[in-house]
Write a protein that binds this ligand. Structure first.
Ligand SMILES: *Cc1c(COP(=O)(O)O)cnc(C)c1O
Length: 375
């Protein structure tokens, strides 16, 4: 069976070498006669797996000593609440930069928990097609929250807001280890694994130790499982961790290291993204939806010339027909999951670390043929 090029926004493609290694070890992990799926998380065979995964995160992301690296569950979405419950405890006030769906959901969750949310900047005026410039944040905020790469809108911060003593929290779900990042500039970083790290099921949290409150100091009613302290004190093994996902995560991290680490990923990702954006910018059939200077290297939404913004029935029908045709014919050519998010429309190519330049070239070749046939 031939493998496809998978442009899914998440869960997304994994390096083929990693999948092959997992397959080879599926029935008998290193002579234990069991699959990692079947093992006790407290066993001699499993302990080194989670320890190595943490060590690799520390190494590849250059995590300072005074930060905890945690593996938790509940996805990125659970972090929206956990951040507020653990960090929003002093003044119960936080600043959010609104750059699309994920930042809005995070702010809504904080509000629900009684945090006074200040939206200090927003790119709503242009349907979140750019990242607002926020030079310096001051105020009595418990934290400042940003979504560093906006998976749906296709935007990415090219700077880190200066927040002084206020801890900066960033959702890096869709850009973790796609580029070097100075962890020391942040109070807390989190990433759901299923975009760039592993299968779904684990969320990576990197948090400065002094920001982790005692369990009882979290917002009233915070469950034990939603206190960072619980996971920090127990090596992410307070309860059963998502063992197999962490095992795959470790393998992906070794693959990243073999391919040049975060620097190597940036080089690889820039090459792919430049190839695609250069094509989009030079095409009179397609265009990117995001502004230069805010473009994601990971998620590339694009429209065709049939997305005119006209709302009459015929124009809307024509636009839908072209988009559907694109997605269907691309899939038949082995290029899958290119349907755009409904909030942007058109198409979206997610080109995470594991996507190859060959995959992007195959996509552009297809796009050229499709444009010619439908001009
Ligand atoms: C996918 C995504 C989320 C939500 O992650 P879940 O693990 O599905 O909860 C949050 N933030 C960003 C930036 C994402 O891309």
């Amino acid at each position: 069976m031939a493998r496809v090029y998978n442009f899914s926004a998440g869960p997304s493609c994994l390096p083929e070498e990693v999948l092959n290694e997992c397959a080879a070890e599926m029935l008998d992990y290193k002579g234990t006669g069991q699959s990692v799926m079947e093992m006790s998380h407290r066993s001699k065979a499993y302990e080194p797996i989670i320890e190595d995964a943490e060590a690799m995160v520390r190494k590849l992301m250059n995590v300072p000593e005074n930060y905890k690296v945690l593996f938790v569950q509940g996805g990125g979405s659970t972090q929206f609440a956990m951040v507020a419950q653990n960090l929003g405890i002093k003044n119960k006030k936080a600043a959010y930069i609104e750059t699309g769906v994920w930042a809005k959901k995070a702010a809504a969750e904080a509000k629900k928990l009684g945090i006074a949310v200040d939206v200090i900047a927003s790119s709503k005026d242009k349907n979140y097609s750019y990242i607002p410039r926020v030079e310096k944040v001051t105020g009595d905020y418990d934290y400042v929250y940003i979504c560093f790469n906006n998976t749906i809108m296709g935007t990415h911060y090219e700077y880190i807001p200066e927040t002084g003593d206020i801890p900066l929290v960033a959702d890096i779900s869709s850009c973790v280890l796609s580029e070097p990042l100075d962890v020391s500039k942040f109070g807390l970083l989190f990433a759901g694994a299923q975009k760039n790290l592993a299968p779904a099921g684990v969320t990576l949290v990197i948090v400065r130790e002094d920001l982790i409150p005692e369990v009882d100091a979290c917002l009233p009613g915070t469950p034990t499982m939603l206190a960072y302290k619980t996971h920090a004190d127990n090596g992410s093994m307070y309860n059963t961790p998502p063992c197999y996902t962490i095992y795959v995560l470790g393998k992906v991290l070794h693959w990243i290291e073999k391919n040049g680490g975060a620097e190597g990923m940036l080089k690889r990702n820039k090459e792919k993204a430049d190839y695609l954006y250069n094509f989009l910018d030079s095409s009179d059939f397609y265009h990117a939806t995001t502004e230069k200077g805010s473009r994601s290297l990971m998620n590339v939404p694009f429209l065709t010339k049939y997305s005119t913004g006209a709302t009459d029935e015929a124009s809307v029908a024509k636009e839908k027909e072209i988009n559907d045709k694109f997605v269907k014919e691309a899939a038949a050519a082995g290029l899958v999951n290119l349907k755009g998010h409904r909030l942007v429309g058109g198409m979206r190519a997610s080109i995470y670390n594991a996507m190859t330049l060959d995959g992007v070239k195959a996509l552009v070749d297809f796009m050229k043929k499709f444009a010619e046939a439908n001009k």
